[in-house]
Design a protein around this ligand. Structure first.
Ligand SMILES: Nc1ncnc2c1ncn2[C@@H]1O[C@H](COP(=O)(O)OP(=O)(O)O)[C@@H](O)[C@H]1O
Ligand SMILES: N[C@@H](CC(=O)OP(=O)(O)O)C(=O)O
Length: 422
């Protein structure tokens, strides 16, 4: 069994969906569990539906949802040739459910409604791809992952219940392969024990695929991207990047942790735990060698690995009464960050101050300041970038820094992090 994952970029047009079909047809001997994300930028569009709904701007929300509906109907029609296929009834049902949500008065927290609306993207894309594949002879079974992936109710960042999910994978997914060699399911979403839809965190489909790979004891997982493989930096941000043919799980988990937006950070653990290799391949040209990620990599020296995180904020938290910021106070501050789901990207502390770099999220920063302001004075700098380089050389670092004023720096023998004003 192999697990494949296709992301939004590989499904952003009718042409690309046909290309995905050709890739699948080149694996006639394999049993494939295929995890699919929402098409193109659908998740961003559905986020806007959820935001407007919650702000009581129902008409705008309904119009935005209608736009998503039209886009999907057009793609489905272009792929299937007409609107006769039962797929169109299925799509209509998904939209009707979303419209019901828009008709409700919001009584619960925003994150709950976000998940009910945003999960639609993956349901639509998988239904369309599955119906199209069946129509061109790529026989497959569509699986609603919400019947399998059981999570808690931590909406927008739900945690998988491994025992229940493993049982459901064994009881409900494995038997499907007795009658079909291809199962198509959704990334990024799951369900609570109350049958409420949840999402697993943005860009979480890589992780969903890894959960399936782990629970199905797959021989490998492949994520199909618009790049030739895993590179030493994002080719959209840096010229002259190089492809890395082999790399270890450990190295990739570090890259993802520092913010490389190519693989979701949670993807590696389920694969490492079962020693399942992860391939990164290019859906534009499947003959390119790509990258294999595994326990031990046969590579003498890695190139410098560069990660740039934009839109960062540096917070300076200083105790008002000059009390020291040591273990007890730091643990209190950390608890507040944890409660607000704010990830600290870099931190440093002094006698009466604590500085940390976080992603710029104005609503969360406002809440944080409200929570801390009784005991602490808070200043912050916006418009920053955080550069991380592993296996750095000073000459490269100076070239990348390009004279930007550095506000915070941390260095170990292998890794340097520099926060600067752009
Ligand atoms: N180190 C890296 N190597 C390759 N691609 C990278 C790297 N860092 C960031 N990227 C970006 O990741 C993108 C592919 O990931 P993503 O857009 O999430 O794909 P999908 O949504 O299809 O899964 C590439 O287009 C590239 O710009
Ligand atoms: N559609 C979700 C999940 C995902 O993983 O997407 P992608 O594979 O396109 O990054 C998102 O955009 O966050």
């Amino acid at each position: 069994m192999k697990v494949f994952k296709f992301g939004g970029a590989s499904l952003e047009s009718v042409e690309r969906i046909r290309q995905v079909g050709q890739i699948i047809q080149s694996f006639p001997e394999d049993k494939l569990l295929i995890v699919i994300s929402a098409m193109g930028k659908t998740t961003n569009e559905l986020e806007k539906v959820a935001q407007n709904y919650y702000l009581r701007k129902r008409e705008i929300a309904a119009q935005l949802l209608y736009n998503v509906e039209q886009q999907h109907m057009q793609v489905a029609e272009a792929l299937l040739g007409n609107r006769e296929n039962p797929l169109f009834t299925q799509l209509q049902q998904f939209f009707t459910e979303a419209e019901w949500t828009l008709g409700e008065k919001p009584m619960r927290a925003y994150d709950y409604y976000y998940d009910q609306l945003v999960s639609l993207g993956e349901l639509l894309s998988t239904a369309i791809v599955s119906a199209y594949f069946n129509s061109v002879g790529i026989h497959n079974t569509w699986l609603d992952v919400r019947d399998v992936f059981r999570t808690d109710d931590n909406f927008r960042d739900a945690n998988i219940d491994w025992d229940i999910t493993q049982r459901q994978v064994t009881e409900k997914v494995l038997p499907l392969f007795n009658n079909t060699s291809i199962v198509i399911s959704q990334g990024f979403i799951g369900s609570t024990d109350q049958n409420e839809s949840v999402t697993l965190g943005r860009e979480g489909s890589d992780y969903s695929a890894a959960v399936f790979a782990n629970m199905l004891d797959a021989e490998s997982q492949t994520i199909w991207k618009d790049v030739e493989g895993l590179k030493n930096a994002d080719p959209k941000l840096f010229p002259n990047t190089v492809n890395i043919p082999e790399i270890t799980y450990g190295e990739v988990i570090e890259m993802a942790f520092y913010g490389a937006q190519v693989i979701h950070p949670k993807t590696i653990k389920p694969l490492q735990n079962k020693q399942i290799p992860l391939y990164v391949k290019c859906f534009l040209d499947k003959n390119l060698p790509g990258t294999v990620i595994k326990e031990v990599a046969d590579i003498k020296q890695l190139p410098p690995i560069i990660v740039l995180k934009k839109n960062q904020v540096l917070l300076h938290i200083t105790s008002k009464d000059y009390s020291f910021i040591t273990e007890e106070k730091i643990s209190g501050i950390y608890e507040i960050f944890h409660g607000l789901k704010i990830k600290i990207n870099l931190m440093q502390n002094g006698a009466i101050s604590f500085s940390c770099c976080i992603d710029n999220n104005p609503e969360k920063i406002e809440l944080l300041i409200k929570t801390l302001h009784n005991d602490f004075k808070i200043n912050y700098n916006e418009g920053l970038e955080l550069l991380t380089v592993r296996y750095y050389q000073d000459s490269l670092l100076e070239e990348l820094s390009n004279g930007h004023p550095v506000l915070l720096e941390q260095r170990s023998p292998t890794t340097i992090q520099r926060l600067w004003k752009k």
